[in-house]
Ligand binder design. Sequence first.
Ligand code: FES
Length: 127
Amino acid sequence: MTELTAEDWHFAGNADEFEDEDIAQIKVGPLAIAVYRAKGNFYATQDLCTHERAYLSDGILIDCIVECPFHQGRFDVRTGKAMSAPAFVPLKTYPLKIVDRKIYVKVDRDEAEADHQLQANYRAQQS
Ligand code: FES
């Protein structure tokens, strides 16, 4: 798990270890982020699907579209836009940079903690 830091850029893996259409999950504190390599470029979104509680990093990526493993909702990883039912709410996207072939994702502490609270509230509603 990545520790929250003052600078808010979090190591997300080595670029050379990704092939096209790979997805990896990283944790920023309690928050799950999905990192994608799509058509040679890298993108990051929230990992939790906006429909129900599935991780998109367990789904499949074809070109720039990730398909959720639960109900096959689809999202454009470049923008987070929901592309097909039953997913209608867009994914949150995160800035990403590559320095010396290392991938970093920018998530500020307040946002990570807010998202964690949203996920905790969602879990409470489902139980
Ligand atoms: S949980 Fe992702 S489409 Fe239903």
